[in-house]
Write a protein that binds this ligand. Sequence first.
Ligand SMILES: [Zn+2]
Length: 64
Amino acid sequence: MVDKSRLANTKGELGPICDKCGTLLTFGESCTVEQQYVCYPCYLELTGAEPAADTNPNPGLRMN
Ligand SMILES: [Zn+2]
């Protein structure tokens, strides 16, 4: 469950705030890393994942 104090209203949707840079996100834009919400650039930075690389530990879960 998400801590409501870390949610913000963005683009008409309630969404999380990036834990790393503070960017307001929608749930569709956010990525989760170790139960933190982060934006996609921060997600790449935290995980070191290349955008084109398939490093998803859940092959059945496709995020487009
Ligand atoms: Zn961020």
